[in-house]
Design a protein around this ligand. Sequence first.
Ligand SMILES: NC(=O)c1ccc[n+]([C@@H]2O[C@H](COP(=O)([O-])OP(=O)(O)OC[C@H]3O[C@@H](n4cnc5c(N)ncnc54)[C@H](OP(=O)(O)O)[C@@H]3O)[C@@H](O)[C@H]2O)c1
Length: 303
Amino acid sequence: MTRPLRLAVTGSQGQVARALVERGTQANVEIIALGRPKLDLLEPAGIFAALEAARPDVVVSAAAYTAVDLAESHSAEADAINAIGAGAVAKAAAKLGAPVVHLSTDYVFDGLLARPYHEDDLTGPVGAYGRSKLAGERAVAVGNPDHAILRTAWIFSPFGKNFVRTMLQLAATREEISVVADQQGAPTSAHDIADGVIRVARNLKADLAPRLRGIFHLTAQGEATWAEFAEAIFVLSRQAGGPFARVRPVPTSAYATPARRPPNSRLDNSKIAREHGVVLPHWHEALAVCMARLVPGEFKKAS
Ligand SMILES: NC(=O)c1ccc[n+]([C@@H]2O[C@H](COP(=O)([O-])OP(=O)(O)OC[C@H]3O[C@@H](n4cnc5c(N)ncnc54)[C@H](OP(=O)(O)O)[C@@H]3O)[C@@H](O)[C@H]2O)c1
């Protein structure tokens, strides 16, 4: 058997980091998840030592300041983590001779295009989180030419803080939930992202071709509004004997949040399919897998 690929991942408790740990075993990949305090993106000076100790073949930059609304009032922290910290990770990987796979977001776009976004479409983040992630993409590209930046969106998983868990939690105490129906995207499973990351990491390690490097979009197949996503969650939950709530579709304007969000979060995935051979399953399929872990396990119907 060939030696397992060694991936050092930033963050240990994040959705993608935890999914990578679970997927690594099946894929003959050793995952070294580096969370705080071992690796703190706010302490760039310690990043190289933490990564060096992990002796990675490839570095996966998955940790980030992901609180989209809080970022509006904490933009300096978001920038320090998502831009300066991500750049330091990429630079450290370069010093170790390792490629870096960096996760980014649909929020680098303003979401006003009427079609799925391509990698080279004009960016224009509408909030502090998106601006910090865009600065991070640039810092990663400068820090390590041997990089793949994977923009994904609407991540869900059985763990952490995400829309699926929030809906199930709310349904425990509410009969009806208002959900925005004018933002579109592809809900994407952290486990499917982990599979994509592993494939890309293998390709970067095995092949120096420039076409494998640069920016790629990586989301599930299919699309939905948040309201449609919520409907699907409750259909599956009810079938499995879990919590249920009616979904009331509302416009974004009825749901005030500190951060603006792009109305169109759809990303075109043809480049990563063509160059890396990565095609993620449809979000509905992935949701069923996630729900099977959550309901009726952690989430039971209130009696
Ligand atoms: N969530 C989404 O819907 C979404 C959408 C598009 C793109 N993305 C991007 O995809 C990536 C993975 O997202 P995710 O959902 O897995 O994120 P997540 O669950 O919110 O986890 C973020 C991770 O970053 C870590 N982190 C935060 N500040 C840190 C610091 N100063 N030093 C070290 N680690 C720090 C957190 O550590 P603690 O556990 O210690 O807090 C956590 O493990 C991120 O780059 C994110 O920007 C996410």
